[in-house]
Design a protein around this ligand. Sequence first.
Ligand SMILES: NC(=O)c1ccc[n+]([C@@H]2O[C@H](COP(=O)([O-])OP(=O)(O)OC[C@H]3O[C@@H](n4cnc5c(N)ncnc54)[C@H](OP(=O)(O)O)[C@@H]3O)[C@@H](O)[C@H]2O)c1
Length: 347
Amino acid sequence: MDACSIAVVGATGAVGRVFLDILEERNFPAKDIRLCASKRSVGKKLKVKGQEIAVEEATPELFSQVDVVFISASGDVSRALAPVAVQQGAFVIDDSSVFRMDTDVALVVPEVNASDLESHLLKGHRAIVSIPNCSTTPLVMVLKPLMDVNPVVRVIVDTYQSVSGTGAAAIEELRMQSEQVLEGSSVKPSAYPHQIAFNTLPHIEPFLENGYTNEEMKMVNETRKILHDSSLAVSATCVRVPVMVGHSEAIHIEFAGPISPADVREILSSFPGISVLDDPGANVYPMPVDAAGKDDVFVGRIRQDVSHPNGIAMWVVSDNLRKGAATNAIQIAEEVLRRDLLKSAVR
Ligand SMILES: NC(=O)c1ccc[n+]([C@@H]2O[C@H](COP(=O)([O-])OP(=O)(O)OC[C@H]3O[C@@H](n4cnc5c(N)ncnc54)[C@H](OP(=O)(O)O)[C@@H]3O)[C@@H](O)[C@H]2O)c1
């Protein structure tokens, strides 16, 4: 892989900080690293690959000096800055939901649909690739290898999403509220409409006219796009839970034909990026405390769904900041470099 110069927009955020660690862990071939955040953070120094780098403002000039821009800030920042970066000749990998459903933007989980990078970038589509929502990624990771052997008819997924999925401010809010509740003081919710400490909120992002939330419909629509199946029946309920890092999902899959839990275990065990942890008799199943800090998607509690002859139920956990965001974004960049797509992306 040729080395490239990169800019990380949102480097001081929950995803951004993990992103910088992963650059080092994976020895990503970055020859020059520029860090950007809001004006508040300009001048702050962050450690990357052993060097201290000062945070800068994200400007057109800075974008013109790098090959790849990773944006991990907010939808509004992505909407404003991604087109500027592309105009300046950079290739953008975006963590927000803003471009995910655009037909000329690839939405990619490399283990699942890396070939979409080629079909989009070689066709001269926009030089932007989006990563999916942090709950969609683990879902498509388990669906893809299974639907390749037995078509999937319907998926019902309930999520238990950690506060780091909301960002750095929500991590601090859970920590503070937990202390306040334990001390017997009153709490004042800010990141969420209600108290999150010692509570669960069946509410992630705004409610839509159909009664689902925006987060739930992202899971429906992004799953269909990534798996190239616009009519796949998917229903989601997304719940915020008082966990710092790691999203969990109870997934019920209805297949076209019968499939045994043993077959599902075997298929998932051999898929890259998935670890099966499934020995309930020994209390072995995935949990956020174990998945946090790891890149794999962990699967357990694989069992026949007693409500349907072709149904399988399972429990899936992954680190939302890693595979749900930063790792996936870096894997996309690695794949673009490996396939030598950078030049075609920004032509
Ligand atoms: N958290 C997850 O699990 C997850 C998963 C998938 C995707 N995402 C997406 O990733 C993005 C970042 O999420 P996060 O959880 O890391 O949020 P976060 O912790 O709130 O961090 C936001 C980052 O954006 C920076 N920022 C704010 N305004 C900016 C501006 N005008 N120009 C440049 N940078 C600006 C902040 O800088 P300051 O520190 O200076 O304020 C901070 O570095 C979001 O789009 C989110 O939807 C998050």
